[in-house]
Design a protein around this ligand. Structure first.
Ligand code: SF4
Length: 91
């Protein structure tokens, strides 16, 4: 999905690598698209790395590591990564 380079070799294993970028950046209120992106993330081998990156750089919008931007705000605010990610998994 993201074409940034650097020392993030985990991106080469991303399940979203060959998928349309737009899927991971749904417009506000597009719950179906958001759910589809999160479903891809659930089977991604590098979900943890992706989520760590997104939490460390809150300038990233869209779906990363199976979370939306709002999910990540809650994670950072509440420090409940496991709870939020688990909740996301069930949707
Ligand atoms: S967790 Fe989701 S957004 Fe992150 S690399 Fe995997 S498929 Fe892409």
């Amino acid at each position: 999905m993201n074409t940034n380079t650097g020392d993030q070799e985990w991106r080469l294993k991303a399940a979203c690598r060959d998928l349309p970028l737009a899927l991971f950046f749904p417009a506000k209120g597009q719950q179906t698209e958001s759910a589809k992106a999160k479903a891809v993330c659930r089977r991604c081998l590098v979900r943890t790395e992706c989520l760590d990156m997104a939490l460390s750089d809150m300038s990233n919008r869209g779906i990363w590591g199976g979370t939306s931007f709002v999910d990540r705000i809650k994670i950072r605010r509440d420090g409940k990564v496991v709870a939020i990610v688990s909740e996301t998994d069930t949707k």
